[in-house]
Design a protein. Sequence first.
Lengths: 444, 649
Amino acid sequence: MGGENKIEMGTSENGFIKRAMVIGGGIAGITASIDIGNAGYEVLLIERLPSIGGHMLQLSETFPTLDCAQCTLTPKTVETGQHPRIRLHTYSEVVRVAGRAGNFSVQIRKKAAYVDWEKCTGCGLCQQKCPSRYPSEFDRRMGLGKAIYTLSPQAVPNKPVINPEHCRYFLEKKCRVCEKICPVGAIHYQQEDRLIEEKVGAIVVATGFDLMPVERFGEYGYGEIPDVIDGLSFERLNSASGPTNGEIRRPSDGRIPKEVVFIQCTGSRDPERYMPYCSRVCCMYTAKHARLYKHKVHDGQVYIFYMDIRSTGKGYEEFIQQTMEEGILYLRGRVSRIFREGEKIVVWGVDTLTGKKVEVLADLVVLATAIVPHQETKTLAQILGIHSDSYGFLTEAERKLKPVETNQEGIYLAGCAQGPKDIAETVAHANAAASKVQALFATH
Amino acid sequence: MKKLGVFICHCGVNIAGTVDVKRVAEEIGRTEDVCHSVDYIYMCSEPGQQLIREAIQEKRLDGVVVACCSPSMHENTFRKAVKTAGMNPYLCEIANIREQCSWVHQKEKEEATRKALQIIQATLEKVRRNEKLEPLAMSLHRNVLVIGGGIAGMTASLDLAQGGYEVILVEKSPALGGHMAQLSKTFPELSPAFPGLLAKASEIEAHPKIELFCYSEVEEVKGYIGNFEIGLRKKTTYVDWTRCNGCGLCIEVCPIEYPSPFERGLGVRKAIDFLYPHCIPRRVFLSSTQCPYFKDRSCGRCAEVCPQRAIQFDQKEEKIERKVGAIVVATGFDLFPNEKLGEYGYGEIPDVIDGLTFERMLSPDGPTRGRIQRPSDGRVPKEMVFIQCVASRDPDRYMPYCSRICCMYTAKQATIYKKQVPDGQPYVFYMDIRSDGKGYEEFLQKTIEENGILYLRGRVSRIFQEDGKVKVWGVDTLTGKRVEIGADLVVLATAIIPSEGVKELASKLRATVDKHGFLTEAHIKLYPVESSTRGIYLAGCGQGPKDITDTVSQASATASKIQALLSTDKLFQDPLIAYVDETICSGCGICVEICPYEAREMDLRRGISVVHSALCQGCGACIAACPNFACELRNSSSIQTLRMVDTFI
């Protein structure tokens, strides 16, 4: 792992600092960091969660090849952690940025993990023994996590943090099991947030996306009906490392659903109520979900409500065609109402191709909710002095010809922070940001 | 006897759900030379790697087998891990018990466990005879060839040149710009396409690090990553470009006009002319098939009038050779040939045109100076029909894939039309509206609402001429009703296909293409700009249809990969390649013929065959072919392979 190994800072004769900071440790930030690091420059990779990987680590398989997402991602996270020129600052946030290209002063808050990571060996005993269990955010609250946790067994870095909101010691001054069990004395309840100062010459912003909070979708029964979930939750249900070990079971009673309804454009393309834009990835991941479900539940029936099918990437249209051939029913139309009737969820909609009303009695409903910028992106934009649009997506310098540059020299964009995109587009976008950083450093 | 360690990964439940990993660890642990055998939930995790490192140091292991997923996933991870513990990385091997065992035998747990044991035993046989190897170091040329001078190739070239690397930019037409130079405005902002493009082209022309070869093609590619040898063919323009100053006097006096391919047949060019107005480089070229001088030596007025004496009727093609370290393929797209679209009336009905032709009509520099008029009679069309997905998404007849940009450019074109002809009515036939880029959906909504463009969801069944109109029959699948429109002009959004000659180029580069001719990336998600051949990178529509924004990102992405590649002066390659036992080799030369990578060569002086280590990919074809058993593969020797096979029978 990268750890705290010393990295010499490259500086040119005129004082231009040739070292980059990448904010966000998802696939965009990882890609940009590796590219810049491979070119010989030092990189500070800042991630707000305890380990890198981002949303891609939550995915089960990726379209259109149905490759296991973790399997393709973990070699990258490991490479990042072992990279001699990348230094990780996970569980950290950027607080302040001053200066300009070639000489940014950055203040970073390293959040209190309540674990001394210098001492911790990542043995995992503390997590095994911790008695406090609560719904895990990583598993979209469908599985239980511990108060002292890592995001996954393959976490990079593999160091745990304590969530004081759930830790018995912080709540009741009791327990201290982790402290007692830790063989190296790494538990440190008195640890406080730490502010550190760094100097960098260029910044890549790769803060990624969130799904639109499902609480806002009352009309879809979300919150009220436990078996109405969002797309990322379905990824966890379908993931071999997820809360059901990859068996698709509905949250309410653990039964295998026989009729599943997927609803696309939930919160997207809906200018009057939610977001006017298209979230770009939902058509494809819904088709993927439907197929993965069919592969596991052969006698199950899938219905997909859609507005337009958008499968514009390489091999995507062909993937949709195959999906339709597997007996998945596409219904063109919006859903008007979802309500519970006994153990079933009733979905009312209209098939605009026949003009008829449709009623489906479903066991599980999956909403493909809108992609929104990560909630802290706007604040970060202010800290960096870069522009964002009314939804909070960061604004590129020029729509067509400068898709990764910003209004500030030396600050570049990568991935979904700039707008919704799929993994392949995110990777190319992040490579592009890295190219700009390399060119900037080469010319000074 | 060697001391071997075996590390068995659960991969969560991916392996342990099927294979009894505890039993496997125990049984393997009983093997005589295995002095360490353990299982763990995720070997690739930091604690998993630590287990390996500690065992190597504590037990002084001299060989490691990690039983886990495919070596294409984590071989690198584990080889790095053993290296940090002081072991030669080539003494570490992967036994694939996931893709080749647990995943395919999920219902047969007992058999899967037995198979896992066998796979590990076989891999142990290999490790027992593995040698310590060092990576091969190669020198490299720190410059780049970019093939294609459209927006993709231009962006990649500028990024690389700004990064300090020398670039050789080759464009097959006489000027930079590619298809983007033909566009009127870009969506969704409706800003003119040309100024931004022109600025980039000027920058390229003036850049000291970029050597530009227009009207040139790549003839030959030899070599490998870091050391490519390139042969270029500079076609004849019949104009000495070092003398031509672009004054244009020759164009004025040239008596021959013919339909301009750049103007998609809407306008004309002279036999000697620019590729398009304001093109860069601002140099004329002469079409020998049109010029009367080449028919019967009549004319020659251009040569008379040229103040620079730049006209060279006897100009010959030039061959140019260069050595480069990396190659960007940015060969772009063509539109599906209209002649093949007979049922849309193309060719027969002059007022049925394609999207790029309409772009020329909309361009202020174009043949109509931006005025929308029917090609047949020059009248302003009052009813216009746009048809999307022409030859796209049509697996039975044409291309199965989506061409990605047509929904947006059609909306753009309909908007521009409506602004120019406020009392006109545009109709758009579509299958699904695909506006998934930033600001695209909003643009489309606005377009439909504010401009009164009528979107009809359905395919068109017939197009024919009647009473000076183009009749379009179709179905609106939302109402289920038949639609008949008497249009003045019909624009077809035809499918995007790879540009001509890409297949031939790809075979010269040893890069792969898919069945449609698009170049194939190394991994659809994580390596979108790397080709299947190391050192060759893909930018723009040659890899698949994409809009300008995505093309620019991808082009910059190739530049990032190449800057990282060329940032060192040595390249390292796996040493797992063929070698020759010189005492046995009879010099028969069979291996030279069979090698698909041109990595085998005869050493005529010594009468034996040798291996070109940088070219060898370790495929093993020569080993199978050698009648004398003189060839072997490093760490996959015949004895290793036979021992491995023995464990299975």
